[in-house]
Design a protein around this ligand. Structure first.
Ligand code: SAH
Length: 495
């Protein structure tokens, strides 16, 4: 180990920063966050440091550096742009046995400042021993993503209960086991989702029953939106809960790449329903979910898109609520939002669309026939889920109800994934094109004037070339160019 890591309590301790520019300012801000009493020595101060000085937050000593200045200071940072001055500061500090950091100069430093992940009171410090600040930053970014934003609140909550738990469980091994399950269980889930009162209640119950807070009741279900396909489009909260779950019940539409994030020992249960294949019924899913939670499992119910948008998450939440089981809902990016973004189709746009309707063309039970007259009104974008099977009918009904036959429309198949295909044309012509290109589920139908903006705004798809340049481009009766790709489609192809 080249450097000995330590966390120093600088509250109200005297520290010296030599330098009056931007770099010195950055160091001053870091030290201020730690509560240090700071003297800044420089021939002049930049405006930020001047403000801090006039606000009484730092003590300025204007003039050349004098070695005697290092006396009475615990930590010293040399941050001038003059290497000779910085080295003089380091030499004075060394002669007085003070710890000194020279910015970007490991050789003359007796301590270095690590990269910091601040979840106060929890702090992670990372250092490459001064060898590669960029590597330190990359590692810091990776760890940042792993640590929930409210982790500091968990540390504070644990600190609040520390004495009580110590008194209740005098045996240190029993106490350690208790805390391990408490901090990796339902109680910390409550804190991480901002529900301190519930966490406290779990703790009180657990201490009364002499068991860990996570054993103190039933498990919990997380109804998590996985996003539309691209595995990166899950939320941080969803990702964290997926990693914690004992059991993951997932839909067919959930990206397999996401399932890799489940715990190694987690049980994965596919409960996908598809329009054609015989599959598990919603009642069976509800029953299984409730049973798993009752058995004390933390169940991640991972659903494509958003759980509450055509995801039947509402029915699952109702089943859990009826059985008195705790649950948490984590929203996801729904297919309409994801597909629109990846197709370059703004769902709203001044002058073109002032509303978005999320609806479905599926009327499995026969009673859900859409209100065509309302849907046909102008200046709104329709996002129609599960519409591939009924595309002909949808197109005919909308035109009959008054939406112009040449209204732009697009079908986005496997949106946001590397298999995304877009078939784009007019409301009237789309069914024929979809059939020609054999579009299959999952596909989302977008109808509205903004669909035409994909010409300009498409960024994920292979950009369509202008008319005449492509041997396989064809021109519809309305004169609109439709672009076809060779059978072997490239990722994100637009056809
Ligand atoms: N809860 C999901 C919707 C589930 S219903 C959500 O919020 O997105 C399934 C329908 O969603 C599919 O038939 C299709 O219309 C749409 N869909 C889901 N993922 C899609 C994707 N990657 N590309 C296109 N459509 C998708």
């Amino acid at each position: 180990m080249d450097y000995f890591p330590l966390f120093a309590d600088l509250t109200d301790r005297p520290c010296l920063v030599v330098g009056g520019g931007r770099v010195a300012g950055r160091k001053v801000r870091q030290l201020l966050r730690a509560g240090a009493r700071i003297t800044v020595n420089a021939s002049s101060l930049d405006p930020v440091l001047l403000d801090l000085a006039s606000a009484g937050k730092i003590t300025p000593v204007i003039g050349a550096f004098e070695p005697a200045l290092v006396n009475d200071h615990l930590l010293i940072i040399a941050a001038t742009s003059d290497a000779a001055v910085n080295q003089a500061v380091a030499a004075a500090a060394a002669a007085n046995f003070r710890l000194c950091n020279v910015v970007d100069d490991g050789e003359h430093s007796s301590f270095i400042v690590p990269g910091i992940i601040d979840r106060a009171p929890l702090t992670v410090a990372i250092s490459s021993g001064g060898r590669s600040p960029v590597l330190t930053t990359l590692v810091r970014q990776k760890i940042e993503g792993l640590l929930p934003a409210r982790l500091g609140a968990v540390a504070r909550w644990a600190g609040k209960w520390r004495e009580t738990v110590r008194a209740r469980l005098p045996d240190s091994r029993a106490r350690q086991r208790f805390w391990q399950t408490a901090l990796d269980g339902a109680a910390s889930d409550f804190i991480l989702s901002g529900r301190t009162a519930q966490a406290d209640r779990a703790m009180v119950r657990a201490l009364a029953a002499d068991q860990s807070p996570s054993d103190s009741g039933p498990g919990i279900a997380f109804l998590v939106g996985a996003g539309p396909g691209d595995p990166e489009l899950i939320t941080l909260a969803g990702w964290r809960l997926l990693q914690q779950a004992d059991v993951v019940m997932h839909d067919r539409l959930v990206s397999p790449a996401l399932l890799d994030f489940a715990r190694r020992d987690a049980e994965l249960i596919p409960v996908g329903k598809s329009a054609s294949a015989a599959s598990i019924s919603q009642d069976d899913i509800n029953t299984l979910l409730v049973r798993l939670v009752e058995q004390g499992n933390r169940v991640c119910r991972l659903k494509g898109g958003d759980p509450f948008v055509f995801g039947r998450g509402g029915e699952e939440a109702e089943a859990l609520a009826a059985a008195g089981m705790p649950y948490q809902v984590v929203p996801g990016i729904t297919a309409a939002v994801g597909c629109a973004a990846y197709a370059g189709i703004p769902l709203t746009r001044r002058g073109l669309s002032k509303a978005v309707v999320l609806t479905t063309a599926e009327s499995a039970t026969g009673e859900l026939e859409p209100d065509w007259a309302n849907l046909a009104a102008g200046e709104q974008t329709l996002a129609i889920y599960m519409g591939v099977g009924r595309l002909n009918d949808v197109s005919r009904q909308l035109v009959a109800a008054g939406r112009p036959p040449d209204c732009p429309a697009a079908l986005i198949e496997n949106g946001t994934t590397d298999r995304q295909r877009i078939v784009r044309g007019t409301l009237e012509g789309l069914p024929e094109l979809a059939e020609k290109h054999a579009v299959t589920a999952p596909a989302l139908l977008l109808v509205g004037e903004t669909v035409a903006l994909a010409d300009k705004l498409g960024w994920f798809a292979t950009p369509p070339l202008s008319s005449g340049l492509r041997p396989d481009g064809e021109v519809t009766a309305s004169g609109e160019a439709i672009w076809t790709e060779p059978a072997n489609l490239s990722p994100g192809a637009e056809i």
